[in-house]
Design a protein around this ligand. Structure first.
Ligand code: URA
Length: 443
């Protein structure tokens, strides 16, 4: 096969065969196709797209570039969840123990921050002693013992995705639906769960800001999952404003623990219940969404979810006492209040801008090698729909005291807020559902 001809074929909008896709992925992974040819191919995909069959073939080819997890030693149905990435999205920290406490195993591999969005692994590392760097065997063993585990992606899974992602990141080819879908689904398929629930974000803080693109991404990923024999559902959820009030690492863990203890913000709780219901339905633990939701709510009230989170932390070396005392989490040196410059109602809080403000403040890496201060973050005191007076506190910045970071972060955060004289209703959160055989907009 000839790489030049395959790039040209895609550039001209033609579909590639499974053999051709395998050739490109295998040759890029073993180093025989150079970065510049793969970059040209990725740009062709960005402009010409891929049909459903090609998306599935590309995903399977990436899966086959490395090892796959054998979760058969774990008894019962294994369910996974994946978000396409959002700001303040600490859902996994609440959802995993909550669903596990209902009797389903939740083995999960998660990522670190990506662009303006945070990552579950960074957040978990703000818990003293917590480890996420376990081997595949240890992952299975922990899940067997406490019915859940969250670890970072091991090196052996989907290595082609790591190489392609690094190239996409620097060639403006991240936001192409076939590439996002195959990147996410290859990792999910390699991780080996029986069922997958996807949280596909839409809105300014999402990788697919437009609803129609989020629908296409959700349908593509569900199609890939069905083709691979998985039970799979996607919810399309709003990312216009950050989820919950906390954005950062330790600050998000604190909010997740509050939610497990029944004191979290309403939007985070709503999303957790919606995704959790889909997970219980796919697992066969509940027969209806209503029954699933009631079961999940009960597990929050009777402390079962919080107890499960403690067992998980202990199993991965973390200080389980944080669940009873969040003061044990890292706290920042300085707290800076950000005051409103006008009066009215909060009409919007641009999630992308808040994500960037958090990163500038120091909660994110500027280079791959950076260590981040896990205590840094932002706590929103006002959300969309709230009334606000000039001079009132909009948010707290948890800072390391470095003015050079705090100043631009404050500016960016203030610019993220739109205050209008008119009362506004907060945007809806759970917008649509895509299953193997249906698409439903939710009102
Ligand atoms: N998350 C991923 O893992 N891959 C993408 O391409 C986008 C989000």
């Amino acid at each position: 096969m000839n790489t030049y001809e395959l790039i040209k074929k895609k550039r001209d909008g033609l579909a590639l065969s499974r053999q051709e896709i395998d050739y490109l992925i295998n040759s890029f992974t073993d180093g025989s196709i150079p970065d510049y040819q793969m970059a040209a191919f990725l740009m062709s995909v960005y402009f010409k797209g891929m049909d459903a069959r090609e998306c599935t073939d590309l995903t399977l080819s990436i899966v086959n570039s490395g090892a796959t997890m054998d979760l058969s030693p774990i008894e019962g149905f294994k369910i996974d969840k994946h978000s396409t990435g959002g700001v303040g999205d600490k859902t996994s920290l609440v959802l995993s123990p909550l669903v596990t406490s209902c009797g389903v195993a939740v083995p999960k591999m998660s990522g670190r921050e990506l662009g303006h969005t945070g990552g579950t692994i960074d957040k978990l590392e703000s818990i003293p002693g917590m480890r996420t760097d376990f081997s595949n065997d240890q992952f299975v063993d922990i899940t067997n013992r406490v019915r859940m585990s969250i670890i970072g992606q091991t090196q052996s899974l989907a290595p082609a995705d790591k190489l392609i992602y690094a190239l996409r990141n620097v060639t403006a080819t991240v936001d192409a639906i076939p590439l996002i879908a195959s990147s996410i689904m290859s990792k999910k398929l390699a991780a080996g769960a029986d069922g997958i629930v996807l949280d596909v974000k839409t809105g300014v803080g999402a990788f697919t800001p437009h609803f129609a693109d989020a629908v296409e991404l959700a349908k593509t990923m569900v199609g890939i999952g069905v083709g691979a024999g998985k039970k799979i559902t996607a919810l399309i959820t709003g990312m216009e404003q950050p989820l919950g009030r906390a954005i950062g690492n330790a600050v998000e863990v604190r909010e997740a623990i509050d939610t497990l203890n029944g004191k979290g913000p309403a939007d985070l709780r709503e999303l957790v219940l919606a995704l959790g219901s889909e997970m219980l339905l796919l697992s066969g633990v509940a027969q209806s969404r209503q029954a699933a939701k009631e079961k999940l709510k009960a597990q929050l009230v009777n402390n079962a979810a919080a107890a499960q989170f403690k067992a998980f932390l202990k199993a991965q070396g973390g200080q389980a006492e944080v669940v009873d005392n969040t003061e044990l989490l890292p706290t920042s040196r300085v707290v800076i209040p950000v005051e409103a410059v006008g009066s009215g109602f909060v009409q919007g809080i641009n999630a992308f801008e808040v994500g960037m403000a958090t990163k500038i403040l120091g909660a994110g890496r500027q280079t791959k090698a950076d260590n981040i201060d896990l205590s840094i973050g932002i706590l929103l005191k006002k959300k969309v729909g709230d009334s606000v007076e000039r001079g009132e506190c909009l948010a707290h910045l948890f800072s390391d005291g470095d003015e050079a970071k705090a100043k631009p972060a404050t500016k960016r955060l203030l610019e993220a807020y739109t205050i209008s004289p008119k009362a506004v209703t907060p945007p809806r959160l759970v917008l649509a559902r895509v299953t193997s055989d249906s698409f439903e907009e939710l009102t």
